[in-house]
Every structure is written in structure tokens, then in C-alpha cells.
Design a protein around this ligand. Structure first.
Ligand SMILES: [Zn+2]
Length: 347
């Protein structure tokens, strides 16, 4: 009978219900709410302990106390469920707020790629010679050892063969060490007069450092005809230097040696970094060498089936990286091949 229940018991049950509801409402996360649930509804929780205490209550009070505890348990369960639902809704709202997209912001445009600085430099160099009537020819990167060396007057015992330190592929094949080898292919197929340039990758077993790379790019050119002279070569290269580096560019030719040219020369330009006053790039000399050149050795013409008594030819070769480095004031060749966008966006 209800009247026989003690006032303290009834008050205690009501208090537990209010406490539990406050705890649920105050739980700020799913983990906190779970703690509340365990505290009241767990196997060792407040309500489970109250049910166990029923055994000690007077027999006539037990049914009514049991009912009240069942009602309390249902109330607390409902409070936990409601708070869980509202927490889930809050989380969803937070995520919505975080993921909100401001459609009025200006869009990010796509980052269009562009041609590599070396490709652009090579193209610019080639166009200068094309403008002088030179034709562009191509050759393979894998060459017969015989073509790459012997036909350019470097027989197997020639010291230049050692110095080149090449990538031999076996079976008489080698990764071409210069684009000059393309010249001999053109000369053997055609009859003079002819003038052509070729460009592309070349390979030498150079250790990598700021100015050496085992893979590099060269642009080579040559001209064969009757009465072709060294002064013609100088004229072509002077025109190139001024077109590429500017009309005030000074040039200087100095004697040099290459097995496939005689005479041979190196061409330098007035240092574009210091204007000739002397700096680290020109090693304080005011001049930077940009290419090697000369008149094709009569033996080279002969080996390609051209009569050296009738025809003469000039040829030159230059490193594309070297020219791009001078043009853009780049001090380390490795930057060209590392693919670092921070570098590529600047040049
Ligand atoms: Zn300088």
C-alpha cells in the first residue's frame, strides 16, 4: 500500500530521477553521456543497486517500490535516449558548419602546365638557326660505337675515347655522347651543299654536381659546301650570340682541340652576369665559354663519303643547359632535372 512507504524512500527516488535528468542534459559529448548511462543504468548502477535493496524492504512495500523503480528506470532511459539524439543532431550541425562551402568565393583556376625551361631554350636556339636556313634533323639516342666515335675521327685507341667515359650498352652500342654524331648520318645520306642542326639528349658518365649531369642536352649544327670557311662559321655564331643574348653581346674565339675538327675553337661571350667586370661565374675573366666549334677534319668528311678536296665544312656544338643557366642566372644544373615546381614556376 502506498501510504506505508516511507517519505524518505519516495523523496530519494524522485531525487535520483532529477539528478539523472540533469546529468543527461549536462553531458556534452557521447562519451560523457555514456558515463552517465553507466552510472544510473549500468549493472552496478544506482538503479540496479536500488532494485537489489528491494529485498530488504518490508514485504508489503515491495510491489509499489518495484513499480516506482521501474518507472524511474524508464524515465532515465528516455532521458539518455533524448540526449543521445540531440547530441547526434548537434554533431551533424557542427559538421555542416565546418563543411560549409562559400559559393561566392572566387574559384581556384586550374594550374596549366607549360613547357620546361630547357625545351623552351632549345626551341629558341633552334629558331635562330632555322632563320639562317638551317634544317632540323634528328637522330637516335642509342648509336653504334663506330658512328659515335670512329667516324668522328676517334679510333678505339684515341685518348678522347677514354676521356669521354661513355655509357656503353654492349654489342657495339653506346648512348650518344654528343649530337655531332647526327651530322655524320646526314652527310653520308646526302650530297653537299647542306646545312642542318640537330638537338637532343646526350649522355656521359659525369658525376653529378652543380655543373655536371650524366644526361644533358646539346644543340649541334654543321654546314658543308664548296668554299665554306671559318669566317662563315664565325658569322653564323656571332649572329646566334647576338640574337640569343642581345645585340651588344661581345664574342671571342680561342684555339681549342676536338678530334673531329681542324682548326678547332671555343667561343666565349662577354659575361652576361657581370657585364665583363669579373665575377664568380666567369671566374673573374669577364668571359664565359658557350660552345666548341671548328672546321670538320678532312678525315671526317672522307669517312662520310664527302670529297675533302672539293668540299669544306664547319660544325659547332653547345650545351643547352649552359645557355639556359646564363640566360636565367641559374647556378646549379641539377635544378633542371629535379622537377621542383618552386623552381620551374620561376623560369
Ligand atoms: Zn662575370
Amino acid at each position: 500500500m502506498a501510504g506505508q512507504l516511507s517519505v524518505e524512500d519516495l523523496q530519494r527516488i524522485a531525487e535520483v530521477g532529477q539528478e539523472a535528468e540533469r546529468a543527461c542534459a549536462g553531458a556534452s559529448s557521447e562519451a560523457a553521456l555514456e558515463e552517465v548511462r553507466i552510472r544510473y543504468l549500468g549493472r552496478q548502477g544506482v538503479i540496479a543497486q536500488a532494485f537489489r535493496a528491494l529485498a530488504g524492504a518490508p514485504a508489503e512495500d515491495r510491489p509499489r517500490l518495484g513499480q516506482l523503480l521501474n518507472a524511474l528506470k524508464a524515465d532515465v532511459e528516455r532521458a539518455v535516449r533524448r540526449r543521445a539524439e540531440s547530441l547526434a543532431a548537434e554533431t551533424g550541425l557542427t559538421r555542416l558548419a565546418e563543411e560549409r562551402i562559400d559559393v561566392t568565393l572566387p574559384g581556384r583556376g586550374p594550374l596549366p602546365g607549360r613547357r620546361h625551361v630547357l625545351s623552351r631554350t632549345m626551341q629558341e636556339m633552334a629558331e635562330i638557326f632555322i632563320g639562317l636556313g638551317f634544317e632540323v634533323v634528328e637522330g637516335p639516342e642509342v648509336e653504334a660505337d663506330h658512328d659515335n666515335f670512329e667516324r668522328l675521327n676517334m679510333p678505339p685507341y684515341h685518348p678522347a675515347r677514354d676521356a669521354q667515359d661513355s655509357f656503353y650498352l654492349g654489342g657495339g652500342w653506346v648512348l650518344r655522347t654528343h649530337t655531332t654524331v647526327v651530322d655524320v648520318h646526314v652527310m653520308e645520306r646526302r650530297t653537299p651543299p647542306m646545312r642542318a642542326i640537330s638537338y637532343g639528349h646526350c649522355y656521359r658518365r659525369d658525376p653529378v654536381d652543380a655543373s655536371h649531369s650524366p644526361m644533358f642536352q646539346q644543340l649541334d649544327g654543321f654546314m658543308v659546301g664548296e668554299g665554306v670557311r671559318f669566317s662563315d662559321l664565325k658569322g653564323v655564331l656571332l649572329h646566334f650570340a647576338r640574337a640569343f643574348f642581345g645585340p651588344d653581346t661581345r664574342t671571342r674565339f680561342a684555339p681549342s682541340y676536338f678530334p673531329f675538327t681542324e682548326p678547332s675553337a671555343e667561343m666565349a661571350i662577354g659575361c652576361v652576369i657581370c657585364g665583363g667586370r669579373g665575377c664568380a661565374v666567369c671566374k673573374r675573366s669577364g668571359w664565359v665559354e658557350i660552345l666548341g666549334c671548328g672546321m670538320f677534319h678532312p678525315r671526317v668528311l672522307e669517312l662520310s663519303g664527302i670529297d675533302p678536296e672539293r668540299y669544306t665544312a664547319f660544325a659547332w656544338g653547345m650545351g643547352v643547359e649552359r645557355l639556359a643557366m646564363l640566360r636565367h642566372r641559374i647556378d646549379d644544373i641539377r635544378l633542371f632535372y629535379e622537377g621542383d615546381l618552386r623552381f620551374l614556376r620561376q623560369v
